[in-house]
Design a protein around this ligand. Sequence first.
Ligand code: ACM
Ligand code: ZN
Length: 482
Amino acid sequence: MVIIPRPFLIKEKGGFFRRSGAVHCSGNAEFHSIMETVQQHFNGLDGGPIRCTKEESLDGESYRLDIKEDSIDLSARTSSGIYHGFQTIRQLLLSDEAIQCVHIEDQSRFAWRGFMLDTSRHFYSVAWIKKLLDALSLHHINRFHWHLTDDQGWRLPIKQYPLLTEIGSKRLECRPVWGRYSGGFYSHDDIRDIVAFAAARQIEIIPEVDFPGHASAILASYPGLGCTGGPYRVEDRHGIFEDVLCAGNDSLFDLAHAVFDTLGELFPSSFVHIGGDEVRFNRWNNCPKCQKRMHDCGLSSARALQSWITVRLATMLEERGKTAIGWDEVLEDSDNYCLPSDVIVMSWRGRTGGDAAVQRGHKVIMAPNTEGCYLDYRHSNDPEEPGQIGLSPIDVLYNFDPLNGIEAALHTQILGAQCNLWSELIYAGKIAEYMIFPRICACAEALWTPASDKSFERFKADLNVHQQRLDKLGLNQYRINA
Ligand code: ACM
Ligand code: ZN
C-alpha cells in the first residue's frame, strides 16, 4: 500500500474496499469546514462513505483510519488530524488500484514541515500558488514560508509606502527578448484569499520580509533608506548586492513598523521571518551615519551592527505578539551582542548555524543547502537538468535527518525542517513544479515518518504509483524512475 509520507503504523487486513461512487463525508459538526474542503478534493473520484469521529485520546496532528470493505472510518481529536487522514484517503482514491482493507495509526515526527517559495525573483499567480498549496497539503506539509521581498521585486503593498509596489514591484526584465518591465504584487485581498485557502488545508503561512540586505527594490523606491542615496534600481541581475538599508537611519525602523503592522493585519501566524541573510558590510563601513550608530551603541563591528538591527526588529515583533525567525547569519557575533533567545534560527548554510543555535538555546528550523533542501539546485549532474549553483539529489533529501548529530537533550529545540525554492531561474509555475516534485515528497517523508521506518528503496518504488497520482493533479514532475 503506497502512502507518502509513510504512516507511523499500517496493518493490512483481509479484503478490499468496494468503491461505490461519490465520496460522502459525515460526522462530528466540529469537522464540518474540513469536510467541505475535502469534498472538493474528492470530486470525480470513485469512493464511498467516510465517517469522521472525534477521538479525545489522539494527539494534535494524529489520526486513525480504518478502511473496511464498505466504508471508511476516520478519527482524530483536531481538525488538522482529520485533514491529514483525509489526505491519506485522497492518495488512495487517486490511484486506480484496489485498496486493501487496512488499519492505520498516524502521527508526525516533526511539527514544522515546511516549504519556502521565492515570489520576488519571479512572480507567480494566486491560482498557481493555490494549486501548489493544495499539492503540498496532500503530503502533510504544514508551513508555507512566503518570501515576499528581495532585490528583484517587492510584492507586499504597504499603505504608508506606496512606492514599494509602484516602483519596487517592477524590474527591467533580464531576458532581453522580452524587453519590458515585468513583475507584480499581491493585493491585500489576494493575500487574505491565499492565507484562508492555506488555513483550510492546515497550512500556516509565514511571511518573510528580508531586512537589511536583499533590499534593492526598497532602495529603488525610497533611496533615502540607503547609505549613499543612490541611484538604485530594482535588480534584474542575480547575486548579492553591495547596497543594503542604512543602519544609521531611523527611517529603517519606521518602515519596519509599517511592514510589521501590515503583516499583523494579513497573517494570523505568530511567526514573521525577518531575513538577515547575505548582508554586505562595505556601505556601512564607509557611511558616517552607520559609523555614528556603531559608536553610539558601542558596537565594534559591522556584524555587531547587524545583530543590533536584528534585536530591534525582534523586539518590535515581540511587542506585537510575534516571534522572529532569521536566516542563520543572525546568529553571527551574537556572542558579543546577545540575540534574544526566542529568535528562531533557520539553518541554510549547511547545518552548522542550526547546530550552534541549539547550543545557545534557540529553536531551529533546518533547511541545509548541503542536504538536499534547496530545490533550485539540480536534480542530478546531467548537464541537461535545469537548476542553479549545486545538486540536491532526491536520495540525499530523503536521507536527511534534522536531528543528525544533535545531542538528545536538545532535540526538542529542532522544530523541524523545510525545503526552499529560490526562483532566479524559475520563470513559470510549471518549471517550479518540476523542481518541487517529487523532491518535496521525500522531504515530507523525512519529516513525518519515524526514522527507523525510512527506506529509500521502498520510497523509490512507491513513487511509481505516487507520481501517477500527482499526474492526475496536473503537476509537472521530474521522473525519478524514468
Ligand atoms: C539564502 O539562501 N540566501 C537564505
Ligand atoms: Zn549607512
